[in-house]
Design a protein around this ligand. Structure first.
Ligand code: HEM
Length: 206
């Protein structure tokens, strides 16, 4: 017979769907940032005729296009998950923060969460605007199945501006992500107030 570990019982938790969405999106974002940086260096290598460190000289354009298609497909998937997460959160507000948290800590936590949600929306939208405006006119076909319409007329200057936005926001996303993880670890190992456990399923003992 298994039982819930006693030290985790008293923590008010997020609902299982909120936890699932949180961890899926977190995983998706890590993959998207790493994949986006790889894509950027592949495009750079393709445009300058250099060999790519990972993908070599063969089929540079084909592998860049294939990698870009994956980045766009997963990016739209993360976008959809973020929209579901926001709708779910509005319908199911999170459990209250521990009463021991100081006013500045609450403000910092809410501020980082709002920043993260804003960036999680702005990243796919700026990517979508970028590929829409691209003079290359490469279609966006999710997983090779569903074509997503392009929402801007082709214009190299708009594409370049959206590329700068997408790149700049990705740096801000990394900073907000690091801050969020650091705060979660501080709650777990310094304050020991169970805040991280709110996003973890109750641990079972045997
Ligand atoms: C959660 C969503 C997304 C994240 C976190 C993300 C992240 C990134 C990052 C970190 C880069 C590298 C930026 C650089 O170093 O210049 C990148 C590049 C890129 N992303 Fe995204 N992205 C997302 C969604 C999308 C979507 C939905 C699209 C298109 C529909 C897209 C299209 C691109 C393209 C084309 C590049 C290459 C830009 C270039 O260097 O020419 N991204 N992305």
């Amino acid at each position: 017979m298994s039982a819930i570990a006693p030290e985790t019982l008293s923590v008010p938790r997020y609902r299982p769907i909120a936890m699932l969405l949180h961890w899926l999106i977190a995983l998706g974002l890590v993959g998207m940032v790493a994949g986006g940086m790889t894509l950027h260096s592949m495009i750079d290598a393709t445009q300058t005729g250099r060999d790519h460190v990972l993908f070599g000289p063969d089929g540079a354009i084909a592998s860049t296009l294939a990698f870009s298609a994956i980045h766009k497909s997963v990016g739209f998937t993360v976008f959809a998950l973020v929209l579901v997460r926001i709708a779910y959160r509005l319908a199911n507000p999170p459990p209250p923060l521990p009463a021991t948290m100081k006013a500045w800590e609450r403000v910092a936590a809410h501020g980082t969460h709002i920043l993260l949600y804003g960036l999680m929306l702005a990243m796919p939208i700026s990517g979508w605007l970028m590929v829409s405006a691209s003079p290359w006119g490469i279609p966006t076909v999710l997983y090779g199945l569903i074509e997503v319409p392009h929402i801007l007329p082709q214009n190299a200057e708009v594409e370049a501006a959206m590329k700068s936005v997408h790149d700049g926001l990705s740096k801000l996303l990394i900073a907000a992500f690091v801050l969020h993880v650091a705060a979660a670890l501080r709650h777990q190992f310094v304050l020991k107030d169970g805040v991280l456990l709110r996003m973890m399923p109750a641990r079972r003992t045997t």
